[in-house]
Ligand binder design. Sequence first.
Ligand code: G1P
Length: 286
Amino acid sequence: MNKVRIAVVPAAGLGTRLRPATDAVPKELLPVGGRPAIDWALEEAAAAGIEEVIVVSSTHKPAIESFLSHSRRVRARFEGLTAIAPGEHSIRVRVVFQNEPRGLGDAVRLGWHAAGERSIAVMLPDELLLGGPLLLRSMLEHHARHGASIVSLAKFSPKEIGAYGSASLAGPGRSGTMKIDGFVEKPAQGQAPSCYGLTGRYVLGPEVLKVLEALEAPIASELSLTTALDACASTSGLLGIELIASDRRVDVGSWPGWMEANIATLGSLANKPPVRGHSDARSTAA
Ligand code: G1P
């Protein structure tokens, strides 16, 4: 059993797609269903069985720390935050800082150093899964049973796929997963190896960290997580799992997505966990 206990949540980005609102409020704190977007990731992590979240923030965004220190889900100071509300999904949180915009790969690497050399989950907090923790839970179970790194994939139209890492698929893997043999990051029109794009949930073994460390030297500015995954796909192996409709993924890093998420969560109250209206459509059996 390779149980993953820690999730890294990159939250140091500048939120340029949501300016000028993000000049005032970090995108991770823009409200969805009456609570900061990042709170959805914390809840999802806790509900999936993750015990600790490492938020990779920036000292330019002190409001994130402020929220975390006041949240009903976490409690004060950044070592050993504990639950305060019985029955809530609560979780320990640590904050580390990425003060230069050196890319998603660098943010994950920094968070990973805080986690130690073990498998981690990575959750991009501007992608909300309104359907709850079933996708992440299923990914954690696959990793625990088979040891392979696994990423979440969704089908995108030929127009959309250029905004994502497009997976080159090598056939079916175990238990409904897909084997991936490479990625093309943000492919030009007509260059995508498949319509399957990387989405914001990853469960990664230490082999990915090794590749990220090795990538650091030649890349002067941004460190790409997808480049590291591409390298791992051809050496250590990598699985993909497809999102299903009931996962209800919404990208709140864009205004249409943010609006959609808020309309979808109109019924939920700020101090109440979101209403879960779907059944467990995902089989978690391996
Ligand atoms: C990043 C990754 C991309 C992935 C996407 C998922 O892109 O580089 O491969 O498909 O996250 O949301 P970003 O959205 O940070 O530009």
